[in-house]
Ligand binder design. Structure first.
Ligand SMILES: Nc1ncnc2c1ncn2[C@@H]1O[C@H](COP(=O)(O)OP(=O)(O)OP(=O)(O)O)[C@@H](O)[C@H]1O
Ligand SMILES: [Mg+2]
Length: 1031
């Protein structure tokens, strides 16, 4: 076993914290993450659900859910063994560059060398900075153990675009003659100033170190420590200076002011007086930042009231509910900032979809940089378990539901759950939605059970049975009907429009008659008058048309464009050409024929069949007003801030199911977003036959949300119990029952499962897990009458838990792997790929293999094999578009398959790590996981690590000369806008802020590591004696 372990160690060469996909190697992705934002009950998802229902256990109740966590999402949280191995290897390589030559995997080699370059570039800057700014400091060239690659000099390696910018600057200052001299003088003095001012703790450190060195005997170690530490700080200073020299003095003043304000705020919070700081106990800089970054000058009245509630001041748990676009986020953000800056605790924010997490990361990174906290992404392939321990600054983890769960598990396991001061859950109603809801419930229940100090805040626009949730979360409740932009709701039946009016007898009043002059052809093609309805709004305003299915989105987009006047082609023509060009670029020359036809009219479809790159590009173009109409599925329903003057619901259905009130409210809530639109209206198109049902829909209250913990058998209660025992949160029957009492299910048990008591459900589930060989029961006789049932996790249980394998599949996975051992074909990767092709996706695959079917081959095996072929081809060709064409599958699906397989492969790896008999798979799967994870060009990976930079954008940036994270962090947003096509100022700023944040985070982590390495162990022989001697 050890041998196997060391073999892995030798083979792996990925750097720690440097790659976006490291997390992916450890953490499974989920369906929701694979298809961000696609919660529509779309065709294939329904099929998947049907299959899950078949595999689920006896306690399952029929339901539909489209946001499934396909692969589980948990990763190794005892230790980052893989990362540690990677680190070791990286260290070795850092010292012995010739090892590079032996790397066999091209991609790996590139990655690895890129990472070294990253680190060396920091080194070089530091070196240069020190040389330039402090002549009296001896150049400690031999930063032991760090080799500087000749010519690896970042200052001379700026992107070409940036070089042009600097050249222009130079020219203009030359023109100014004397002024340029002054500027040079100023620059050189600002160099010194930077050195004196910015790293003032660097100077402190230096002085401190000088004192230390006179006191302490082990001076060589201390010098070394000093040099590396100073060196890192200089590097950071160098980076900061390279881009913002002008800010040095004012920045210092601002920083001082800020830290003073934070101190005052801290005291205010500690003294729990009512005297709030300048801005809700926060420095006034926060107010300025909101004005600057978000254009928010003043809080709404309800926001003020909510923030000053006694319960909020007393840090009680809180649920608040307001209509869509009510401004809920701001309240949560202010509370999060209070926790980070004043209470000095970490914060977790849980959001429903990857795209929304990324939007939030981009939005809050600038706050993090300005106010001094880390913003860490836990979505898709990103996230580290347990999170890096920070020395001073606190972290704001922004996570999807699944990653949030993994994060909480890892904090519990490492005994750090109390470091989490606040957990914010946006769209809290999702607790009632399928397996994702069950996951959210588990997360919150675990926090409630293990940490008495962590505050929980939940918000939503669509809550009804709040009392149940309040009881579960032991929370106060605040609500208001405030919506800053009025939203008018209409219904359209035939050619009449009615306004929804709660005071009217049947809930609606006549508004107007449609009087469109439709030709016969048009009437036939567009019986719902969609063309007329959208043209009342576009192109000057934007419009969203929600359609029941993906195919329908595409058809509607095409149909509308067929009848739009040619005049529409002229609107923002050049920009639309750019969008098409960019789409083609990111598709490696391919362009979807539907989009090709619709974009010139400013129209596009938006659903999960698009790749994430395409989706992002289209959303950006839509936000900028270049596109004015999206036909979309419910992908765009929740929490999204896109402009929409009018939202049209094409039919009261999502896939085949009748619309729920919650869904309706979320969809129409996209219209009239504050700060974007001044008016909002929605039109629901319906047929006469649906009238009665729609009238009920608009008048009835929102749906209640119910716990899915028990309904989601393998992904709910079973996974929960396995983790409770695996994490030692509760290991005996009584404690587990006690835990169950505190869950949302515990609160609703009497409504949800009348025929069984909570005790019976608990015992039954534990028995099931024991019979499956995942748990073992030990019965301890405490006394003659008293018997205690303790549980411990078996090897298979631990393997499933560590690998986050859906318990519905753990047996079959074990069997398949065992079978594989009998004759593993290693001539190509195909056999291995087969073994790591996700089981969940099998049902969505529909191969055209009639011959096989006729032979009565097991359909699951055939489908899985078919998917393996798709993946195998993808690994060879690395082009989603060609593979999509070859296999006639949507490109979005192919992309999901790839990310799904990468993450499942890592899950299987962790599964195998726990089971002796599968030692041979470990080394093989490490490599395979890497290949699946990095199925993009290796050089783009460092750029894609930055939030919001997807493959297409990374390609653009790379070809403009921005080749590393440091390039991006030092980029000038204004230059970026000029050199990168289709990049708005806001996006450019966000990219730079996110890159800066990441760079700071990495530098800080390295710094921590250095200090940790050089620290004298507390149990060092004689250490205690000498300190006693001194005393
Ligand atoms: N005090 C304010 N002044 C001006 N604009 C504000 C204010 N508070 C929030 N906003 C803006 O209102 C818009 C909607 O806010 P937010 O996204 O928080 O809505 P929400 O309540 O979360 O809605 P949903 O339930 O749809 O997610 C955002 O663009 C936000 O910047
Ligand atoms: Mg919101």
């Amino acid at each position: 076993m050890d041998e196997g372990g060391s073999r892995i160690r030798r083979r792996v060469s990925l750097p720690k914290r440097n790659r976006p996909s490291l997390g992916c190697i450890f953490v499974g992705l989920t369906a929701a993450e694979l298809e961000p934002g696609d919660e529509g009950k779309e065709e294939e998802e329904m099929v998947a659900e049907n299959r899950r229902r078949k595999t689920a256990g006896v306690l399952r109740v029929e339901h539909n859910d489209s946001e499934e966590d396909m692969f589980g999402d948990y990763d190794s949280f005892t230790e980052n063994s893989f990362i540690a191995q990677v680190d070791n290897l990286e260290q070795k390589y850092m010292q012995l560059p010739e090892h590079k030559k032996h790397a066999t995997d091209f991609a790996t080699e590139n990655l690895y060398s890129e990472s070294i370059k990253n680190k060396l570039s920091i080194t070089t800057i530091g070196n240069l900075t020190e040389l330039q700014t402090d002549e009296h400091t001896e150049n400690q060239s031999g930063y032991e153990g760090v080799t500087v690659e000749p010519g690896a000099d970042l200052l001379y390696d700026v992107p070409s675009s940036q070089a042009i910018y600097f050249e222009n600057l130079q020219n203009s200052s030359n023109d100014l003659g004397i002024c340029s001299m002054k500027e040079r003088d100023w620059k050189s003095s600002s160099h010194n100033t930077v050195n004196e001012e910015l790293p003032h703790n660097c100077i402190e450190q230096r002085q401190q170190n000088d004192e230390d060195s006179s006191k302490v005997r082990i001076s060589s170690d201390m010098n070394r420590r000093k040099s590396i530490k100073d060196h890192l700080k200089s590097a950071m200073t160098g980076n900061a200076k390279a881009q913002t020299p002008i800010f040095s003095r004012s920045k210092q003043l601002k920083d001082t002011l800020l830290s003073e304000e934070i101190n005052v705020a801290k005291k205010t919070i500690e003294s729990s007086s009512n005297d709030l700081g300048p801005f809700y106990s926060l420095p006034s800089k926060v107010r300025d930042l909101y004005a600057q970054f978000k254009g928010i000058e003043k809080l709404y009245e309800w926001q003020h009231t909510c923030l000053t509630l006694n319960s909020v001041q007393e840090r009680k748990n809180l649920i608040y509910s307001l209509p869509t676009s009510g401004g809920k986020t701001l309240v949560a953000e202010i509370l999060m900032l209070q926790e980070l800056l004043c209470c000095r605790k970490d914060v977790l924010m849980i959001l429903p979809y990857v795209a929304i997490v990324q939007e939030k990361i981009s939005g809050l990174s600038s706050f993090g940089v300005e106010l001094g906290f880390f913003v860490e992404e836990y979505a898709g392939s990103k996230g580290r378990f347990p999170p890096t321990k920070r020395r001073e600054k606190k972290s704001l983890y922004i996570a999807t539901i699944e990653k949030g769960h993994s994060l909480v598990n890892s904090l519990i396991e490492s005994g750090r759950i109390d470091s989490l001061g606040l957990v914010v859950v946006d769209e809290l109603h999702m607790i009632g939605e399928g397996s994702r809801g069950a996951t959210l419930e588990m997360t919150l229940a675990k926090i409630l059970y293990t940490s008495k100090t962590t505050q929980i805040i939940g918000m939503s626009a669509t809550l009804n049975n709040v009392e149940d949730l309040q009881k579960f979360l032991q929370a106060e409740y605040y609500t208001s009907q405030f919506r800053p932009v009025e939203l008018k709701e209409y219904l359209k039946i035939n050619d009449t429009i009615y306004e929804i009016d709660s005071k009217a007898e049947n809930g609606m009043t006549f508004s107007r008659l449609l009087n469109y002059k439709y030709s016969d052809t048009l009437k036939k093609m567009d019986p719902d008058h969609l063309v007329a309805l959208v043209t009342e709004v576009i192109p000057n305003y934007s419009c969203l048309v929600f359609c029941p299915s993906k195919k329908n989105c595409e058809n509607v987009a095409e149909m509308i464009c067929k009848f739009l006047s040619k005049e529409y082609l002229k609107h923002k023509e050049k920009e639309k050409c750019e969008v098409i060009k960019n789409l083609k670029n990111i598709g490696n020359g391919n362009l979807c024929p539907v989009l090709k036809r619709t974009i010139p009219f400013g129209v596009a479809y938006h659903h999960s069949g698009l790749t994430s790159d395409e989706r992002k590009l289209l959303e950006e173009a839509y936000s900028a007003g270049v596109l004015c109409l999206f036909t979309c599925t419910s992908t765009l329903a929740a929490g999204v801030n896109l402009p929409a003057r009018r939202v049209i619901l094409r039919a009261p259905y999502v896939a085949m199911e009748f619309l729920k009130r919650n869904q309706y409210k979320q969809m129409i809530g996209r219209a009239g977003r504050a700060g974007i639109d001044t008016i909002g209206e929605s039109i629901l198109i319906l047929q006469e036959k649906d009238k009665q049902q729609v009238l009920e829909l608009i008048t009835r209250p929102l749906e209640n949300c119910y716990s899915h913990l028990v309904r989601e058998f393998t992904k709910g209660i079973q996974t929960l119990f396995l983790s409770l025992i695996g994490l030692k949160i509760a290991t005996n029957l009584d404690d587990i029952y006690h835990f169950m009492n505190g869950t949302f299910f515990g609160v609703q048990q009497k409504i949800l499962l009348k025929e069984k008591s909570l005790w019976e459900i608990t015992v039954e589930s534990l028995r099931y897990l024991t019979e499956k060989g995942l748990l073992q029961k030990d019965t301890i006789c405490k006394s003659e009458e008293e018997v205690q049932h303790n549980f411990h996790i078996t090897k298979l249980g631990r393997a499933s838990f560590k690998g986050t394998i859906d318990l519905a599949y753990c047996d079959i996975l074990y069997r398949d792997l065992k079978k594989g051992l009998e004759g593993l074909v290693l001539e190509s990767l195909l056999h291995l790929i087969y073994l790591t092709t996700p089981y969940d996706l099998i049902s969505q695959c529909n191969p055209d293999w009639m011959i096989y079917f006729r032979q009565k081959v097991d359909k699951d095996v055939v489908n899985r094999l078919y998917l393996s072929f798709v993946l195998y081809t993808l690994l060879k060709e690395t082009n989603i578009w060609t593979v999509s064409e070859k296999f006639n599958m949507p490109r979005g699906y192919i992309q999901n398959l790839l990310t799904g397989a990468a993450s499942f492969s890592s899950c299987v790896l962790h599964f195998c790590e726990e089971l002796e008999e599968f030692w041979v798979y470990r080394a093989l799967l490490v490599e395979l996981t890497k290949k699946l994870t990095y199925c993009v060009k290796a050089e783009l990976i460092p750029l894609m690590e930055v939030t919001g930079v997807l493959e297409g954008r990374a390609k653009q940036l790379y070809s403009a000369g921005y080749k590393s994270l440091m390039h991006l962090a030092n980029a000038n947003p204004e230059v970026l806008i000029r050199t990168i096509d289709h990049l708005s100022r806001r996006q450019a700023k966000q990219i730079v802020a996110s890159a800066k944040m990441l760079l700071h985070e990495k530098a800080e982590a390295l710094q921590e590591e250095v200090e940790e390495l050089l620290r004298l162990p507390s149990d060092f022989p004689g250490a205690v004696a000498s300190s006693t001697d001194k005393a």
